[in-house]
Ligand binder design. Structure first.
Ligand code: OOG
Ligand code: NI
Length: 466
């Protein structure tokens, strides 16, 4: 009887549990489909991918130690698939729907970025995988901005824009059905996942036929080029996809030779031995032919970007970074050469992994890399002995000052309207229908869990921090 019940339960489980396509696999399918679509739409993106592959291969060949370290840390496999994209949404309803769409792919809203400080009428989050395994499988993330019409001084124009946005549908009916299916069933089957990716792609496709007439477009541009980009089209076209390089200085140098015209400076920290956070550069948006209700015109929306990622900083490290960057920018604004000011300001920022770890400025991931006889006196001693390895945790997020620089370089420098700093995370989360996840908590969790695991594996449980 007992055995029978067990068997019955077992087979019932088998019948009732459909074979779900893992969210990590759906995300991989989706990021590959996006990459293929963008390469078709923006051929220069293909040139950029080739350049980044060449530079990464050369960097790894020239630095076997780096290759070994990346391989041991599980970072090598994801290097060539890694990329991020960006979209700009018009309404809170759109943001909520996009949150549900990304959730199907295991991407959740992490962090809140207020761009109003930089004169850009949006606030943003990054949809990304959150757990260690998912990040290693495929870290694809999308920087997602929500337009803030509340910051637009011309209230009549804001009302008109709101009316235009109310009339559009950015997610197909079929995609909406599949999102609801995933929510109700707890996942999608392989066939459903494939249909979902195909339908989801439609949301991010470029549409050359604007939904507004030329005069409305001109009025929107006059308010802010970004407002025109969001309001004038059928949907939130993907505006860039960004591959990850191991040597952004080399890519920046090489771009002109490959027919790509980069922005003047690399955003973020300067070149260092121990890479921190995120360095980014981009090339200018393309001028595209569009039609305004039948009338030919043009619009600049899409661009290319490259990023180099380094170690994630703790709150203390981040405060030091923000202060150091602010000093560099102030010095440059006072007439100094930007790169020189940046390098000088960062001279005091600890520049090796050991110092970053000992001063608790950065996040690591621990693993057992050998054995240790007896009881070690400290974690530092275990690391010194080689039994415990501390790999840098790669920064998976974005930087608001850098993002502002990227926005500005592709919107055109003449668009620097100034809004008062006006963060409103509550309004953003209301629209989102969820709280954004605190990125620092995610890094800390990975660090703590990996340390406990490694210490247990080494038989050094007495060193587990309480
Ligand atoms: C987003 C710009 C910010 C980044 O990598 O910081 C960004 C946009 O232009 O929509 O992509
Ligand atoms: Ni970007």
């Amino acid at each position: 009887m007992h055995r029978y019940a067990k068997l019955a339960r077992h087979s019932m489980k088998k019948i009732k549990m459909p074979q779900f396509h893992h969210p990590n696999d759906i995300r991989s399918l989706f990021s590959q489909a996006m990459s293929d679509m963008y390469r078709d739409e923006v051929p220069q993106y293909g040139s950029l991918i080739t350049l980044v592959r060449d530079v990464n291969a050369a960097t790894l060949q020239a630095d076997p130690a780096l290759r070994a370290q990346l391989a041991a840390a599980g970072e090598l496999d994801r290097l060539d698939i890694e990329r991020h994209g960006a979209i700009r949404l018009g309404t809170g309803q759109e943001l909520r729907l996009i949150r549900r769409m990304f959730a199907v792919m295991g991407m959740h809203p992490v962090g809140y970025y207020d761009l109003s400080v930089a004169g850009i009428p949006v606030h943003s989050t990054a949809f990304r995988p959150v757990d260690e395994h998912a990040l290693q499988r495929n870290p694809f993330r999308v920087f997602t901005s929500l337009l803030r019409l509340d910051l637009v001084a011309d209230r009549a124009l804001a009302a008109k824009a709101e009316g235009i946005l109310r009339g559009r549908q950015i997610v197909t009916d079929r995609a909406q059905d599949l999102i609801a299916t995933a929510e109700a069933h707890g996942g999608l089957t392989q066939d459903e996942a494939q249909a979902f990716v195909r339908e989801a792609l439609e949301t991010f496709r470029w549409h050359a036929d604007a939904t507004v007439d030329g005069q409305t477009y001109a009025d929107l541009v006059a308010a802010h080029r970004l407002i025109a980009d969001v309001v004038s089209f059928k949907g939130p076209h993907i505006n860039h996809l960004t591959p990850r390089t191991l040597d952004i200085d080399a890519v920046q140098r090489e771009m002109p030779a490959r027919g790509i015209d980069p922005k003047a400076v690399i955003e973020g920290p300067p070149h260092r031995k121990a890479a921190i956070l995120l360095r980014q550069t981009s090339f200018k948006a393309l001028e595209e032919q569009v039609t305004f209700q039948g009338q030919p015109g043009h619009h600049t929306a899409r661009f290319g970007e490259i990023e180099q990622r380094g170690i994630a900083l703790t709150p203390a490290g981040r405060t030091l970074y923000d202060q150091t960057l602010a000093k560099a920018r102030a010095d440059a604004a006072g007439g100094g050469d930007y790169v020189q000011c940046l390098t000088a300001a960062f001279a005091d920022f600890p520049d090796d992994d050991a110092a970053l770890r000992e001063q608790d400025l950065a996040y690591f991931r621990y693993r057992a890399a050998g054995t240790f006889q007896g009881k070690a006196a400290s974690i530092a001693a275990l690391i010194r002995s080689g039994a415990l390895a501390a790999d840098p945790q790669i920064y998976e997020d974005f930087l608001p000052v850098s993002a502002a620089g990227i926005f500005q370089s592709n919107l055109g420098a003449d668009d620097q309207s100034n809004y008062a700093a006006n963060a409103n995370q509550d309004a953003f989360e209301d629209a989102l229908g969820a709280k954004v996840i605190d990125e620092m908590a995610l890094y800390a969790e990975i660090q703590n869990a990996s340390l406990v695991r490694a210490l247990q594996a080494l038989g050094q449980g007495h060193l587990i921090p309480s």
